[in-house]
Design a protein around this ligand. Structure first.
Ligand SMILES: [Zn+2]
Ligand SMILES: [Zn+2]
Length: 216
């Protein structure tokens, strides 16, 4: 990770570790309420609206090679039911834990529990820059993981009627007389065939003929 863009301590998701210090074992707890950044959530499905309050609870722990950040984010997410398309809201609680390394940290200081998978891990490593760290990527990942990919307004949402789009949960007995419609169409077809071929096929037609004659 390149250390090109300097962190701005005024950004709401940038945190300062100066107070915590670098003595391993030092602990700091803090809370902060921020306005949700843009596109916090699963695009097009569910997310925290931009500017909505997000409550952050953080625990910073100084370790040899950096600062271990453990925390929880709470916010109200909004989306729509994937079955019936009704708007829905849910209380989001997203937990996260992330290590922010000192750029000058020696790898020998890292825990020995992670032996060989460094190559990929280095790409994703987050760093402390000038005593600051940016929680934004961590928050984003945590929120996406905590949100449902297929949100529903209620577990047993029945979705929408495929015929007319009515919301079936509001009207569980909802149905259309599809059979009757088809039957009516068949009857109409049979009738028109009869008309074209033989005038005296049925009693009904015979009667109709009689009626016509009477009317004349
Ligand atoms: Zn629904
Ligand atoms: Zn319907």
């Amino acid at each position: 990770m390149a250390l090109n863009a300097r962190l701005d301590h005024r950004k709401p998701l940038v945190f300062d570790t100066h107070e915590l210090g670098r003595r391993p074992g030092a602990l700091q707890r803090l809370t902060r309420e921020i306005d949700a950044p843009k596109d916090l959530g699963i695009a097009g499905v569910i997310g925290v609206p931009e500017g909505a309050p997000v409550e952050l609870e953080l625990r910073l722990e100084s370790v040899m090679e950096g600062v271990l950040v453990t925390g929880t984010a709470r916010a109200q997410a909004e989306g729509e039911c994937v079955r019936c398309l009704e708007p829905l809201e849910l209380e989001l609680e997203a937990d996260f834990q992330e290590m922010f390394s000192y750029p000058d940290a020696d790898d020998r200081g890292r825990p020995k529990a992670e032996p060989a998978d460094d190559a990929e891990e280095d790409e994703d490593r987050l760093f402390i820059e000038d005593g600051l760290f940016d929680l934004e990527p961590v928050l984003r990942d945590a929120v996406v993981l905590a949100l449902p990919m297929q949100p529903v307004c209620q577990d047993d949402c029945l979705g929408l009627c495929s015929e007319c789009g009515a919301r079936l949960t509001d009207d569980p007995d909802h149905h259309h007389d599809a059979v009757d419609i088809r039957w009516a169409a068949l009857q109409g077809l049979a009738g028109s065939l009869g008309d074209g071929e033989k005038d005296e096929m049925s009693g009904a037609e015979a009667e109709a003929g009689v009626d016509e004659k009477q009317e004349k």
